[in-house]
Design a protein around this ligand. Structure first.
Ligand code: ADP
Ligand code: TRP
Length: 313
């Protein structure tokens, strides 16, 4: 028995990541995951609430796991698995659906936002928080590292645990959220928050040419010596003590500063990019299958207890 606490987090396979995702989410995860018994789950059934393209989803699943391996997650230190390969998740989600009320689920931000935009939410999006509760509670997770936007979902998982325990006796542990403390908001090339929706990103595995093209497009303010948008990205990959003399020497010379940033970003990205390119689909699939077999064992024994107390077994 390991004395470590259990950590679980889930990832939606949602396209190529950028350096904002790295410094805001991946890096803080890398900093802590080895201190726990860690589970890293690809939330492919959650993704079905929005993705309608099978080939794209299949590739997205592989690419998100490849990304985690390339940035340094070691499969020996984390159980990397796929939600859909552990059927107990959808089974437990159904049981939770039967315990919670419609008005309770109507409070969920993801659902409310969709409705507020005048869009129709599918039933999967509506019950999304109960599938996420199942993901977390099956493994007795103590902590769930997520971005701020997911805080409410952890609260739903706690509620699901409490409601179940209240109805059937102590079965599930109430998890805590762990809001990842990243570096704050990484700005994009236009100075707004870097986001895939704004087309202002520097992709995490960009080639040197792409890095150069994106960095050259960074919007600089013509007043003042230090181009803030360049510096804000630069200090993520090189210490401020090292940067001070460089920014003094090249004060006002934006092109030279951008060229230095291109070299520093490339030095930072290229080892990860090379790893990303060298990991084959087959290697990724092997990691997923091995992790999913481990996850299944844990989920299976937990579900046996659940089926017994609810009375179907
Ligand atoms: P995007 O805005 O590109 O769609 P997501 O919403 O998918 O990014 O974010 C995934 C994770 O990356 C979240 O945990 C979020 O906090 C983090 N993240 C995204 N953009 C940034 C950014 N510009 N700065 C810091 N963290 C970010
Ligand atoms: N809902 C999360 C997101 O969109 C992904 C997720 C699914 C998750 N299941 C989870 C996160 C369990 C943490 C724990 O980012």
């Amino acid at each position: 028995m390991s004395a470590k606490q259990t950590l679980l987090t889930g990832l939606q396979p949602s396209g190529d990541l950028h350096i904002g995702n790295y410094f805001g989410a991946l890096k803080p995860f890398l900093d802590v995951y080895k201190d726990y018994q860690s589970f890293l789950m690809v939330a492919d059934y959650h993704a079905l609430t929005s993705v309608r393209d099978g080939a794209k989803l299949r590739q997205g699943i592989i690419d998100i796991v490849r990304t985690y391996l390339a940035v340094g997650v070691d499969p020996k230190d984390a159980v990397i698995f796929k939600q859909s390969l552990v059927q107990e998740h959808t089974e437990l989600a159904w049981i939770f659906d039967c315990l919670v009320t419609v008005p309770f689920l109507q409070q969920a931000h993801a659902y409310k936002d969709k409705v507020a935009k005048g869009l129709e939410a599918n039933a999967g999006l509506f019950t999304y928080p109960m599938l996420m509760a199942a993901d977390i509670l099956l493994y007795n997770a103590d902590v769930v590292p997520v971005g701020e936007d997911q805080r409410q979902h952890i609260e739903y998982a706690r509620e699901a645990a409490a409601k179940f325990n209240n109805a059937y006796g102590e079965t599930f542990k109430e998890p805590k959220d762990m809001i990842l403390k990243g570096v704050g908001v990484v700005p994009g090339t236009d100075g707004q928050k870097m986001s895939k929706s704004y087309g202002n990103t520097i992709p995490l595995f960009a080639s040197k040419d792409v890095i150069a093209e994106r960095v050259m497009s960074i919007v600089t303010d013509s007043s003042g010596d230090k181009p803030e948008n360049v510096y804000a990205i630069h200090k993520l990959v090189r210490s401020e003590t090292e940067l001070e003399p460089i920014y003094k020497e090249y004060a006002g010379k934006y092109k030279a500063l951008k060229e230095t940033l291109i070299d520093d970003l490339d030095a930072f990205i290229s080892p990860m990019r090379e790893r990303y390119e060298s990991i084959t689909d087959e290697q990724v699939i092997a990691v997923i299958e091995e992790g999913s077999a481990k996850a299944r064992e844990i989920a299976k024994s937990k579900m046996e207890a659940v089926r017994a107390v609810v009375g179907v077994a």
